[in-house]
Design a protein around this ligand. Structure first.
Ligand code: SF4
Length: 333
Protein backbone atom coordinates (compact mmCIF):
# COMPACT_ATOMS: atom_id res chain seq x y z
CA UNK A 1 0.00 0.00 0.00
CA UNK A 2 1.43 3.40 -0.98
CA UNK A 3 -0.04 5.41 1.92
CA UNK A 4 -0.97 4.20 5.38
CA UNK A 5 -4.74 3.39 5.48
CA UNK A 6 -5.02 5.67 8.55
CA UNK A 7 -3.65 8.61 6.56
CA UNK A 8 -6.28 8.16 3.84
CA UNK A 9 -9.01 7.80 6.47
CA UNK A 10 -7.78 10.88 8.30
CA UNK A 11 -7.67 13.00 5.12
CA UNK A 12 -11.10 11.77 4.01
CA UNK A 13 -12.59 12.47 7.45
CA UNK A 14 -11.05 15.94 7.49
CA UNK A 15 -12.35 16.67 3.99
CA UNK A 16 -15.91 15.55 4.80
CA UNK A 17 -16.03 17.28 8.21
CA UNK A 18 -14.64 20.55 6.82
CA UNK A 19 -17.01 20.52 3.83
CA UNK A 20 -20.07 19.78 6.02
CA UNK A 21 -19.12 22.61 8.37
CA UNK A 22 -19.23 24.98 5.41
CA UNK A 23 -15.50 25.73 5.29
CA UNK A 24 -14.35 26.75 1.82
CA UNK A 25 -10.60 26.54 2.41
CA UNK A 26 -9.14 23.79 4.57
CA UNK A 27 -5.54 22.63 4.11
CA UNK A 28 -4.68 18.94 3.90
CA UNK A 29 -0.91 19.26 4.39
CA UNK A 30 0.96 21.84 6.47
CA UNK A 31 4.50 22.58 5.31
CA UNK A 32 6.20 23.34 8.62
CA UNK A 33 9.70 24.86 8.55
CA UNK A 34 10.87 25.03 12.20
CA UNK A 35 14.31 26.18 11.07
CA UNK A 36 15.80 27.60 7.89
CA UNK A 37 19.29 26.56 8.96
CA UNK A 38 20.75 23.83 6.78
CA UNK A 39 23.89 21.72 6.53
CA UNK A 40 23.85 21.97 2.71
CA UNK A 41 23.47 24.67 0.04
CA UNK A 42 21.74 22.86 -2.85
CA UNK A 43 21.65 24.52 -6.26
CA UNK A 44 17.83 24.60 -6.63
CA UNK A 45 16.97 25.75 -3.10
CA UNK A 46 15.60 29.22 -2.40
CA UNK A 47 15.50 28.87 1.40
CA UNK A 48 19.23 29.57 1.59
CA UNK A 49 18.51 32.90 -0.15
CA UNK A 50 15.46 33.89 1.87
CA UNK A 51 16.32 32.19 5.17
CA UNK A 52 15.13 33.48 8.53
CA UNK A 53 17.84 33.71 11.17
CA UNK A 54 16.02 32.40 14.25
CA UNK A 55 14.12 29.12 14.72
CA UNK A 56 10.48 28.62 15.65
CA UNK A 57 9.83 27.34 19.17
CA UNK A 58 8.14 23.95 19.53
CA UNK A 59 5.08 25.74 20.99
CA UNK A 60 4.87 28.02 17.91
CA UNK A 61 5.05 24.96 15.63
CA UNK A 62 2.32 23.09 17.52
CA UNK A 63 0.13 26.17 17.62
CA UNK A 64 0.47 26.53 13.84
CA UNK A 65 -0.49 22.88 13.35
CA UNK A 66 -3.56 23.39 15.53
CA UNK A 67 -4.54 26.66 13.86
CA UNK A 68 -4.38 25.30 10.34
CA UNK A 69 -5.91 21.90 11.18
CA UNK A 70 -4.31 19.90 8.32
CA UNK A 71 -4.20 16.15 9.13
CA UNK A 72 -0.72 15.81 7.59
CA UNK A 73 2.37 17.84 8.55
CA UNK A 74 5.48 17.85 6.36
CA UNK A 75 8.31 18.95 8.67
CA UNK A 76 10.86 20.51 6.37
CA UNK A 77 13.23 23.46 6.39
CA UNK A 78 16.16 24.00 6.36
CA UNK A 79 17.22 20.64 7.71
CA UNK A 80 14.85 19.41 10.44
CA UNK A 81 17.45 17.05 11.94
CA UNK A 82 19.50 20.06 13.09
CA UNK A 83 16.46 21.60 14.83
CA UNK A 84 17.02 21.05 18.57
CA UNK A 85 13.31 20.67 19.40
CA UNK A 86 12.63 17.96 16.81
CA UNK A 87 11.84 15.11 19.23
CA UNK A 88 9.42 17.24 21.29
CA UNK A 89 7.85 18.61 18.12
CA UNK A 90 7.15 15.12 16.76
CA UNK A 91 5.75 13.90 20.09
CA UNK A 92 3.46 16.95 20.18
CA UNK A 93 2.24 16.37 16.62
CA UNK A 94 1.53 12.67 17.29
CA UNK A 95 -0.48 13.64 20.38
CA UNK A 96 -2.59 15.84 18.09
CA UNK A 97 -3.13 12.81 15.79
CA UNK A 98 -1.10 14.24 12.89
CA UNK A 99 0.64 12.16 10.25
CA UNK A 100 4.18 13.46 9.79
CA UNK A 101 6.53 13.44 6.81
CA UNK A 102 9.98 14.40 8.09
CA UNK A 103 11.84 15.74 5.04
CA UNK A 104 15.62 15.44 5.22
CA UNK A 105 18.73 15.52 3.08
CA UNK A 106 19.99 12.57 5.18
CA UNK A 107 23.30 14.08 6.33
CA UNK A 108 22.37 14.48 10.00
CA UNK A 109 19.65 11.82 9.93
CA UNK A 110 21.96 8.90 10.72
CA UNK A 111 22.61 10.19 14.26
CA UNK A 112 19.36 12.13 14.57
CA UNK A 113 17.12 9.10 14.10
CA UNK A 114 18.69 7.46 17.19
CA UNK A 115 16.76 10.06 19.23
CA UNK A 116 13.43 9.11 17.61
CA UNK A 117 11.23 6.06 17.73
CA UNK A 118 9.45 4.55 14.72
CA UNK A 119 5.76 5.40 14.75
CA UNK A 120 3.04 4.33 12.28
CA UNK A 121 2.27 8.03 11.80
CA UNK A 122 5.87 8.96 10.96
CA UNK A 123 7.57 8.73 7.54
CA UNK A 124 11.20 9.76 7.07
CA UNK A 125 11.32 11.34 3.62
CA UNK A 126 14.80 11.55 2.07
CA UNK A 127 15.59 13.96 -0.77
CA UNK A 128 17.65 12.16 -3.43
CA UNK A 129 17.93 13.73 -6.89
CA UNK A 130 19.90 11.11 -8.84
CA UNK A 131 22.75 8.66 -8.60
CA UNK A 132 26.02 9.68 -6.94
CA UNK A 133 27.48 12.15 -9.47
CA UNK A 134 24.17 13.97 -10.05
CA UNK A 135 23.05 14.09 -6.43
CA UNK A 136 26.46 15.29 -5.22
CA UNK A 137 26.40 17.98 -7.90
CA UNK A 138 22.88 19.15 -6.96
CA UNK A 139 23.81 19.29 -3.27
CA UNK A 140 27.10 20.97 -4.09
CA UNK A 141 29.08 18.58 -1.92
CA UNK A 142 30.81 15.24 -2.61
CA UNK A 143 29.71 12.31 -0.47
CA UNK A 144 26.10 13.41 0.12
CA UNK A 145 24.61 10.60 -2.01
CA UNK A 146 26.39 7.89 -0.02
CA UNK A 147 25.49 9.60 3.24
CA UNK A 148 21.80 9.78 2.28
CA UNK A 149 21.78 6.17 1.11
CA UNK A 150 23.41 4.99 4.35
CA UNK A 151 20.78 6.91 6.34
CA UNK A 152 17.95 5.38 4.26
CA UNK A 153 19.31 1.87 4.94
CA UNK A 154 19.72 2.59 8.65
CA UNK A 155 16.18 3.99 8.87
CA UNK A 156 14.78 0.82 7.26
CA UNK A 157 16.79 -1.37 9.62
CA UNK A 158 15.47 0.54 12.62
CA UNK A 159 11.89 0.00 11.46
CA UNK A 160 11.02 3.51 10.26
CA UNK A 161 8.64 4.04 7.39
CA UNK A 162 10.81 5.56 4.62
CA UNK A 163 10.02 7.44 1.43
CA UNK A 164 12.11 9.47 -0.99
CA UNK A 165 11.54 12.64 -2.96
CA UNK A 166 13.30 13.20 -6.28
CA UNK A 167 13.25 16.50 -8.15
CA UNK A 168 13.31 15.91 -11.90
CA UNK A 169 15.31 18.62 -13.70
CA UNK A 170 15.33 19.51 -17.38
CA UNK A 171 18.60 17.61 -17.84
CA UNK A 172 17.74 14.62 -15.59
CA UNK A 173 18.59 11.39 -17.40
CA UNK A 174 15.78 8.82 -17.54
CA UNK A 175 18.10 5.79 -17.49
CA UNK A 176 19.85 7.20 -14.44
CA UNK A 177 16.53 7.82 -12.69
CA UNK A 178 15.50 4.23 -13.47
CA UNK A 179 18.73 3.01 -11.83
CA UNK A 180 18.03 5.20 -8.79
CA UNK A 181 14.43 4.01 -8.40
CA UNK A 182 15.62 0.39 -8.89
CA UNK A 183 18.19 0.84 -6.14
CA UNK A 184 15.64 2.41 -3.77
CA UNK A 185 13.20 -0.43 -4.52
CA UNK A 186 15.92 -2.99 -3.66
CA UNK A 187 16.46 -1.23 -0.33
CA UNK A 188 12.69 -1.56 0.12
CA UNK A 189 11.78 2.08 0.63
CA UNK A 190 8.06 2.35 1.27
CA UNK A 191 7.36 4.94 -1.41
CA UNK A 192 8.90 7.38 -3.89
CA UNK A 193 7.77 10.85 -4.91
CA UNK A 194 8.84 12.82 -7.95
CA UNK A 195 8.40 16.49 -8.66
CA UNK A 196 9.30 18.61 -11.68
CA UNK A 197 11.88 21.29 -10.91
CA UNK A 198 10.26 24.68 -10.72
CA UNK A 199 12.08 28.01 -10.93
CA UNK A 200 11.46 29.80 -7.61
CA UNK A 201 11.20 33.52 -8.13
CA UNK A 202 14.47 33.91 -6.18
CA UNK A 203 16.46 31.25 -8.07
CA UNK A 204 17.70 31.84 -11.59
CA UNK A 205 19.11 28.87 -13.42
CA UNK A 206 18.66 27.03 -16.70
CA UNK A 207 17.87 23.69 -15.07
CA UNK A 208 14.15 24.45 -14.67
CA UNK A 209 11.32 23.46 -17.00
CA UNK A 210 8.76 25.31 -19.05
CA UNK A 211 5.32 23.63 -18.88
CA UNK A 212 5.54 21.97 -22.32
CA UNK A 213 9.01 20.65 -21.44
CA UNK A 214 7.60 19.10 -18.25
CA UNK A 215 4.92 17.34 -20.27
CA UNK A 216 7.44 16.07 -22.83
CA UNK A 217 9.70 14.76 -20.08
CA UNK A 218 6.96 13.01 -18.12
CA UNK A 219 5.34 11.46 -21.19
CA UNK A 220 8.55 9.41 -21.31
CA UNK A 221 7.99 8.27 -17.72
CA UNK A 222 5.31 5.68 -18.58
CA UNK A 223 7.66 2.67 -18.23
CA UNK A 224 8.78 4.01 -14.84
CA UNK A 225 5.20 4.65 -13.67
CA UNK A 226 4.40 1.03 -14.60
CA UNK A 227 7.48 -0.37 -12.87
CA UNK A 228 7.76 1.53 -9.57
CA UNK A 229 5.25 2.36 -6.81
CA UNK A 230 5.37 6.16 -6.91
CA UNK A 231 3.33 8.03 -4.34
CA UNK A 232 2.23 10.65 -6.87
CA UNK A 233 -1.43 9.99 -7.63
CA UNK A 234 -2.43 8.86 -11.15
CA UNK A 235 -4.63 11.95 -11.55
CA UNK A 236 -1.57 14.14 -10.89
CA UNK A 237 0.68 12.12 -13.23
CA UNK A 238 -2.01 12.43 -15.94
CA UNK A 239 -1.67 16.19 -15.44
CA UNK A 240 2.14 16.00 -15.63
CA UNK A 241 1.86 14.12 -18.91
CA UNK A 242 -0.59 16.62 -20.39
CA UNK A 243 -3.51 14.14 -20.38
CA UNK A 244 -5.70 16.51 -18.37
CA UNK A 245 -5.76 20.11 -17.15
CA UNK A 246 -6.00 21.09 -13.50
CA UNK A 247 -6.06 24.26 -11.44
CA UNK A 248 -3.81 24.72 -8.43
CA UNK A 249 -5.13 24.69 -4.85
CA UNK A 250 -2.51 26.85 -3.11
CA UNK A 251 -4.37 27.01 0.24
CA UNK A 252 -4.30 23.19 0.43
CA UNK A 253 -0.63 23.15 1.35
CA UNK A 254 0.29 26.30 3.36
CA UNK A 255 3.81 27.00 4.64
CA UNK A 256 4.68 28.23 8.14
CA UNK A 257 8.25 29.23 9.07
CA UNK A 258 10.05 31.64 11.41
CA UNK A 259 9.04 34.35 8.91
CA UNK A 260 5.32 33.59 9.41
CA UNK A 261 2.57 32.19 7.15
CA UNK A 262 3.83 32.45 3.59
CA UNK A 263 1.49 33.89 0.96
CA UNK A 264 0.47 32.56 -1.48
CA UNK A 265 2.34 29.23 -1.57
CA UNK A 266 5.46 27.20 -0.88
CA UNK A 267 7.14 28.43 -4.06
CA UNK A 268 6.34 32.09 -4.49
CA UNK A 269 6.25 34.81 -1.85
CA UNK A 270 4.19 37.97 -1.82
CA UNK A 271 4.39 38.35 1.93
CA UNK A 272 4.04 36.74 5.34
CA UNK A 273 1.19 36.84 7.84
CA UNK A 274 1.31 36.32 11.59
CA UNK A 275 -1.80 34.16 11.80
CA UNK A 276 -3.27 31.43 9.60
CA UNK A 277 -6.71 33.05 9.47
CA UNK A 278 -5.05 36.29 8.30
CA UNK A 279 -3.30 34.32 5.51
CA UNK A 280 -6.62 32.83 4.41
CA UNK A 281 -8.50 36.15 4.55
CA UNK A 282 -5.90 38.41 2.97
CA UNK A 283 -4.48 36.32 0.10
CA UNK A 284 -6.10 36.81 -3.31
CA UNK A 285 -6.56 33.04 -3.83
CA UNK A 286 -8.59 33.41 -7.04
CA UNK A 287 -5.56 34.87 -8.79
CA UNK A 288 -3.53 31.72 -8.06
CA UNK A 289 -6.31 29.10 -8.29
CA UNK A 290 -7.14 30.34 -11.77
CA UNK A 291 -3.50 30.62 -12.86
CA UNK A 292 -3.82 34.37 -13.50
CA UNK A 293 -0.46 35.16 -11.91
CA UNK A 294 2.34 34.94 -14.51
CA UNK A 295 4.62 33.23 -11.94
CA UNK A 296 2.28 30.21 -12.01
CA UNK A 297 2.63 29.76 -15.77
CA UNK A 298 5.14 26.90 -15.64
CA UNK A 299 4.29 25.43 -12.27
CA UNK A 300 3.14 21.81 -12.00
CA UNK A 301 4.60 20.90 -8.58
CA UNK A 302 2.73 18.31 -6.54
CA UNK A 303 2.37 20.64 -3.55
CA UNK A 304 0.00 22.86 -5.50
CA UNK A 305 -1.93 20.16 -7.33
CA UNK A 306 -2.34 17.07 -5.10
CA UNK A 307 -5.03 18.86 -3.04
CA UNK A 308 -6.81 19.53 -6.33
CA UNK A 309 -6.65 15.76 -6.93
CA UNK A 310 -8.50 15.17 -3.65
CA UNK A 311 -11.10 17.80 -4.56
CA UNK A 312 -11.62 16.10 -7.93
CA UNK A 313 -11.91 12.66 -6.29
CA UNK A 314 -14.51 13.90 -3.81
CA UNK A 315 -16.66 15.15 -6.70
CA UNK A 316 -16.33 11.95 -8.75
CA UNK A 317 -16.97 8.41 -7.39
CA UNK A 318 -15.14 7.03 -10.47
CA UNK A 319 -11.96 9.00 -9.67
CA UNK A 320 -12.28 8.12 -5.97
CA UNK A 321 -12.41 4.41 -6.86
CA UNK A 322 -9.43 4.87 -9.17
CA UNK A 323 -7.43 6.40 -6.31
CA UNK A 324 -8.47 3.68 -3.86
CA UNK A 325 -7.41 0.92 -6.30
CA UNK A 326 -4.16 2.73 -7.11
CA UNK A 327 -3.28 2.94 -3.41
CA UNK A 328 -3.31 -0.86 -3.06
CA UNK A 329 -1.51 -1.59 -6.36
CA UNK A 330 2.27 -1.91 -6.63
CA UNK A 331 2.51 0.16 -9.80
CA UNK A 332 0.27 2.05 -12.21
CA UNK A 333 -1.75 -0.15 -14.61
S1 SF4 B 1 0.56 27.19 -9.46
FE1 SF4 B 1 2.48 26.79 -8.32
S2 SF4 B 1 3.41 28.82 -8.05
FE2 SF4 B 1 1.24 29.15 -8.55
S3 SF4 B 1 0.17 29.26 -6.57
FE3 SF4 B 1 0.09 27.13 -7.26
S4 SF4 B 1 1.86 26.15 -6.27
FE4 SF4 B 1 2.21 28.37 -6.20
Amino acid sequence: MRFQPGLYASMTGHFIKSSLSGKKKFPLVLMLEPTHRCNLACIGCDRIRTAAKGDLTVAECLNAAKECGAPVVAVTGGEPFIYPGLKDLLEGLFKMGKFVYLCTNGLAAGEGMDQLRPDPKLTLNFHIDGMQATHDQVTNRPGTFQAALAAVKKAKQKGFRVSTNTTVYKNSDLAELESLFGLLTEIKVDGMLISPAFAYQSVENDIFFKKEEIRDKFRRFDPLFKKFPFMNTPIYTDFLQGKREMHCTPWGNPTYSPLGWKSPCYLITDGYYKGFSELIKKTDWKRFEEGLDPRCANCMVHGGYETTVMRIAFRSPREMLRLALWNVQNARK
